[in-house]
Design a protein around this ligand. Structure first.
Ligand SMILES: NC(=O)c1ccc[n+]([C@@H]2O[C@H](COP(=O)([O-])OP(=O)(O)OC[C@H]3O[C@@H](n4cnc5c(N)ncnc54)[C@H](O)[C@@H]3O)[C@@H](O)[C@H]2O)c1
Length: 379
């Protein structure tokens, strides 16, 4: 029988609500304390969700807390996660695992040496639609995967995020901010990446914030905002990836497509957990992929445009908490996040060097999520 795992949260900004709410609906984890560089932010979330606001040393010293969630900005991920590991606790980080591959690799080595676990977002690949895609590919629905396309295109985050600067600093940009959703799902579908090639550029060196409360503020862009590249997977398939925040309008509406020897899979937005993928065989007739038997696919979140999406962010953390008790591997794990980060970083380093980049890491495809209705599938 699983025990409830007591967790702490570091970083009480925009995305922390998803984690506090996710913990509130979970029978398997509970939040005891939260901390932030900005004490008022921690106090506000603590009051809203019934947790205790703590300063960082107090949270890290709390003997009840065995697992800490790192929801700080990308540039702080490595240092904060390292502090958690040094305090003898497991850590689950928002993506990317670190702002660069070298820091992430050092973090993983440190955790391994201490016998502690590292987990990382994204966990969206555990959603019903993405698991149904995995099941279809594994069942041979499109034959052997040969090629594919992944498309990330918008005009960035300064129109909606209350404090969007970090999106344009090291550790951000469309590749490291959104790329983890796409490449993690590609690894879930196809296995690890062998090498990468890319071209990268900055569309506009200055961005103007149009969201409140920082409307009118200027952001100096430090990272590429338009990147086109190709990832070659160890299984042989190559996938074209376009990641841009310089696009006002486009018509490439399928976020992930996989082309196989016997058919095509049209995937859905890997930033969310639900929606209906489609698949066809050699007859070219697309059919819906049934996602109903998989957990984490029912729409539960109203978006800014009024539509509903399935969003079960932090289910990877729940799986990790149970996996620690069951002494099995967790799915949204640091080894996969490290590999994904290396692949993403390779798109930019390839552009700078004019060469293919062979990856130095690899990872296992995570175990499929069992069929069922909710988090009880992990128990
Ligand atoms: N906002 C989203 O929709 C979203 C969605 C998915 C993932 N994410 C990821 O979640 C992370 C956080 O994003 P956000 O939108 O919540 O950012 P945010 O800027 O709204 O919040 C980050 C919080 O971390 C705190 N912080 C920064 N450095 C810290 C440190 N060293 N110690 C303690 N606290 C620190 C800040 O004070 C702030 O309150 C990012 O990695 C982002 O990529 C965000």
């Amino acid at each position: 029988m699983s025990k409830k795992t007591t967790i702490g949260i570091i970083g009480c900004g925009n995305i922390s609500d998803a984690y506090f709410k996710g913990a509130a609906r979970s029978a398997l984890v509970q939040v005891k304390g939260c901390a932030d560089l900005n004490a008022e932010a921690a106090q506000a979330k603590a009051a809203l969700y019934g947790a205790t606001a703590m300063n960082l040393p107090v949270l890290l010293a709390d003997p009840d807390i065995s697992l800490v969630v790192n929801l700080t900005v990308p540039l702080a991920h490595a240092a904060v996660s390292r502090q958690v590991i040094d305090a003898g606790k497991h850590v689950y980080s928002e993506k990317p695992l670190a702002a660069n591959f070298a820091d992430a690799a050092a973090l993983m080595a440190r955790a391994r040496a201490k016998g502690l676990r590292v987990g990382s977002a994204p966990d969206t690949f555990m959603g019903a639609s993405h698991q149904a895609c995995r099941r279809a590919i594994d069942a041979g629905a499109i034959g052997k995967p040969v090629g594919g396309a992944a498309v990330i295109m918008s005009h960035g985050a300064e129109s909606w995020h209350p404090n969007p600067e970090f999106f344009y600093k090291v550790g951000g940009g469309p590749v490291l901010d959104m790329g983890p959703y796409y490449v993690t799902q590609l690894v879930n579908l196809l296995g690890p990446v062998r090498r990468a090639v890319g071209l990268a550029t900055i569309g506009n060196p200055t961005r103007t914030v149009t969201s409140e409360p920082l409307k009118g503020a200027k952001i100096h862009v430090e990272v590429p905002t338009t990147v086109n590249g190709v990832l070659e997977f160890a299984g042989g398939a190559n996938v074209a990836m376009s990641a841009s925040w310089d696009v006002w309008k486009h018509n490439r509406t399928t976020p992930i497509e996989i082309y196989g020897t016997e058919g095509t899979l049209l995937g859905v937005d890997p930033n969310f957990f639900g929606n209906t993928p489609r698949v066809c065989g050699p007859d070219g007739i697309l059919r819906d992929v049934d996602i109903a038997a998989h957990p984490f696919g029912i729409a539960n979140r109203e978006m800014r445009n009024g539509t509903m999406q399935a969003d079960y962010r932090m289910i990877g953390l729940v799986d990790m908490a149970i996996a620690i008790q069951q002494e099995r591997a967790h799915r949204a794990n640091g080894d996969m996040a490290l590999h994904v980060l290396e692949a993403l970083e390779a798109l930019a380093t390839s552009s700078a060097s004019g060469r293919f980049i062979n990856l130095t890491t690899t990872c296992e495809r995570p175990e499929p999520v069992p069929l069922g209705a909710d988090e009880s599938v992990f128990v």
